[in-house]
Each structure stands twice: as structure tokens, then as C-alpha cells.
Design a protein around this ligand. Sequence first.
Ligand code: CA
Length: 241
Amino acid sequence: MSADRAGPAQVLVIEDEAPIRQLLRTTLEAEGYIVHEAAGAREGETLAGNRRIDLFLVDLGLPDGDGTALIRRLRVWTQRPVIVLSARSMESQKVEALDAGADDFVAKPFGVAELHARLRVALRHAAQTSQGGDARLVLGPVLIDLAAKTVLRSGERVRLTATQWRLLEVLARHAGRVVTARQLLREVWGPAHAEQSHYLRIYVRQLRQKLELEPSKPQFLITETGIGYRLLVEAAPPPGD
Ligand code: CA
């Protein structure tokens, strides 16, 4: 599951509600993960330091500390994926956790299929990052080549402005994972523009016109309401294909 380490991936669940921990353990073990559990931030940090953890699942509302602060402390020493468990309505909390270094979120109550998909994407991305990244991405009829900086749609070259390309590139580097509006604005327009979300809406609309089959019903460049955007991709073609 993780290219740089042998054996099944080890997941640390940091969640104070015992029934949710039990549900996560059952469903993750059924998929072949090794599961460690912590009921609070302190216990979670201790376990994180003592086990070879491949992925962290962190509840944001913990009795002995804020999950976002915990993520900041984890990010000081580990780049392993962190997925946040959060109530569906808590958008600002999710944004804060993502900006603190979390890779993605799963909204509670979560669907098992969604949970497994998020974990697979996060672990695949972590493995690819350690191998230098995935240079080619497929979105239906669209092929994005990050190394060559080209986009083909049904074999035809799609022309993008420099800003459209930068936005697509940031989303593609986080393929399958949510990227917050603030992060996109910072990376594409610079830190002085981190609050100007109207820029983002304009350019997202332009990219959808060029990439989506039905721009008003996007299948690839997805809005995560109140949070940001997610580029859904298929597996990359084999090199040289
Ligand atoms: Ca909680």
C-alpha cells in the first residue's frame, strides 16, 4: 500500500468516541490495514512517536486538545498523510485543519466507500511523492502532462493561459485530494491575494469550460462547498502510452 515500506499500511485513529473508533477499526481491518487507536490528542502523539504510522485519521474535537493544533505538531516531524474526521457542517474547522497541513477530510457520518477512497488516494499520493510524483493524469478525454506542461483533450492540444495552467497544476499535484481556496490563491496568485476568492471562481469556471464535458455539471473539477476544490482523476496511463 505504501511503496517505500513493506507490509500493510498502519493507520493511527485519534478519536474520542469509542463507537466511531470501533467502526473505523472494523472497516479498516477488513481492507487489510493495521489499526492503532488513541482516545485523545496526548495518547495519539505518544503512539505516533512510537509506531511506524503510514496514515493518521484525526478527529478535530478531542477532549484534551484541538485536533488542528495536533496536526500542526505532527507536521513538524512527519509528512505522512493526515485525514481529518469532522462533522459535516464544520466547514471553517475543516479549512483550518487543511491549512494546518491535513491532506483531506472525511465528513461524519461517513460512508465506508468514501473513507476507503480517501485513504487510497492519500497513501498513493504519499508513495508517488517519495518517487518524484506522477507526471501524467487522465480526466475522461483529457490528458494532463505535468512535466511537458501540456493538456490534450481527445488528442487535441488545449491552450491555457499561464494563470489557468498554474491553477490546474496545483490541483493536479493534489489530484484526488481537496485543496483549500486559500491554498490555491496563495500558490497561484501569491500570499497577498489569499482572500480574493472571486479570482478563483473566475478561473475555475474558465478551466471547466476547457476540461469538462458539461461545464455546469463538473465531473472532474469539483467544488467542495465552503472549503475549496478537488480534481478527480483516473489512474495515469503507463509511461510511453
Ligand atoms: Ca470528538
